[in-house]
Design a protein. Sequence first.
Length: 332
Amino acid sequence: MFRFVLFVLAAIFAGPLLAACSDNPDVRAKVDAARARNDAPPIWVVTDPDNALGKLYIFGAVHILPEGFDWMREDLAAAFNQSGTLFFEAPRDEAAQNRAAVITAGNGYYSPPQTLPDILDGYNRRRLVAATLNAGLPDGALDSYQPWLAADILAIAALEEAGMSGAHGADQALHDRAAAQGKYTRYLETIDEHLAGSAILPPALQKSELITTIDRLDDLARQTALMNAAWASGNTDYIDSEILAPLRAKAPEYYEALFTRRNERWAETLAPFVKDGGEGLAVIGVGHMLGDGNLGEQLETRGLIVKRHYAFLGNNVIKTVPLDMGRPVRGE
């Protein structure tokens, strides 16, 4: 849904994904070749030490991509094909969309005569007008919206102007694929829970996030493209340090609502699934597997084993490493 765009606003990406840990030129060459074959978006695997049948792959997705972006790899395809159950964050059917519209109507609009410009000073009112026009929206289009919804609409419009859309997101593509193949699909939260992270934020925090969105709007498409590139190569260290860490520092209450509390709820669904011998794939926003209180940590506290999953083609020169290490490669 829309909340991903606020998660992306702090993104500035650079730097390599992996560093070989051996000076052996043969090992280094194998690692380099493996990277060239299959630098990939991140996957984790969850197992139960007391039940060998249980296995859950967790794919860290991004929600907004340009059409034709190359991100599917053989490790993900294999996990998808062998999984009997697919988990997604929230339902996407017509009933869910109707419910989202009801929630937005109840929590996303001001009651007349109050308007969005009323809560802003003169400077930020002028900036809101400019941002609205720059995003390709008519003047005054956002005046009746609460700040959280206005920020989302601004960012979505700007990204769509740059050719990026939720319709091309990794989670949407996998949801469509699951439906086409008749996969059994479950959801980790209701639409009400999914939207609550933004819709019930305190007014002051909503206003702050709107101003942040306006501040970053001109650079949002570039930042998002850089974040997508880092994600596609599995650079979770950079995503954590450049996106999640600033968000935790700037808005801990928002981080708690958007990530930590939802991770706790999701673990209550996923842990019993693995312990009961289920075999599945969970497709969630990549930020939920990184940083403080991430979903992997929540599952580990419930007695499960969570590791980063690497399935490069060819020679197996990459070891699986514990989640908390955060570094993808160890040379053999």
